[in-house]
Design a protein around this ligand. Sequence first.
Ligand code: KG4
Ligand code: ZN
Length: 335
Amino acid sequence: MPIILAIESSCDETGASVCRNGEILSNIVATQAIHQQYGGVVPELASRAHHQHIVPAVGEALKKAGVDKKQLDAIAFTQGPGLLGALLVGMSFAKAMSFALNIPLIGVHHMKAHVLSHFIEAPKPQFPFICLTVSGGHTQVIIVHSASYMEVVGETQDDAVGEAFDKTAKLLGLPYPGGPLVDKYAQQGNPLAFQFPEVSTEGLNFSFSGIKTALLYFLRDNTAQNPNFVPDNLADICASMQHQLVKILMQKLKKASKQYDIRRIGIAGGVSANSGLRKAVAETGEKLGWEVFIPKMEYCTDNAAMIAIAANFLYAENKFVPLHAAPLPRMPFVG
Ligand code: KG4
Ligand code: ZN
């Protein structure tokens, strides 16, 4: 019954979570508001904010779990991918605790942890299943053969879908982080009001840079004719853009399900919080007889509970890292 403390610090959320034998006892997330005024994550400010948040976040996670640090069996941290300075803060803290308490250290791959967020709560998928992993930095179709063996069979050739949402928001003058705001306005708009282009890509790969450029020109041309075009049509633009982004994701997800003959389908990562995607996956699943797995909202965006669950699997396999382990901003997705 291992008790594991997990720390997430790959981007702009400082997370700490405690799990006992795979059951989450606490999940604390400290969001960094500082980036809002810059319209995006400023890496150096993220590192400094992690530094400020990490002690109270870990303290709260232990307290809420009712666990003393002496009861811990291992310390897990996000080793990558992510921002180097941000990763360094979480990793150094984890190393210090591991050294002081003389317990093993577990390095977790952030994107694999997003996939394994499906094992935080029931219903948990059986293997193999397909996971569409969609975040601010990644867009991947993954065949999940087991908790440790995952095969990326499709990914973006340029921007991630989360970036497409964030850039849409930026072009519309909405504050960072823009994805949730595009989602909010989209719910009041007509998804068929405007047409944005389909970008054809090979196999199960994606491309989102063309649609972003299309939006840029679309806004420029329409604003030239009507300076109030954006405020007058905000909800319809958001709804149409979201509709198109979700459509692109769904096309590839359906293709993957057919190609690999797998009907257990999950979504994970920040963009899996999107209401349009959640609805599309649920409806398509019903139509095509999929068994659908959609994480709770709090487990979609960055959190330490998913790091704890991933670490629990690694603990069972005795997969520990040494004290001289380095953070890996571009941590490879091996197996
Ligand atoms: O997984 P995540 O929290 O961090 C990374 O690992 O990147 O994902 C963050 C991304 C951002 O691009 C954010 O705008 C997007 O997820 N996002 C959303 C929604 N909530 C978060 N995009 C669309 N609709 C949402 N509701
Ligand atoms: Zn993430």
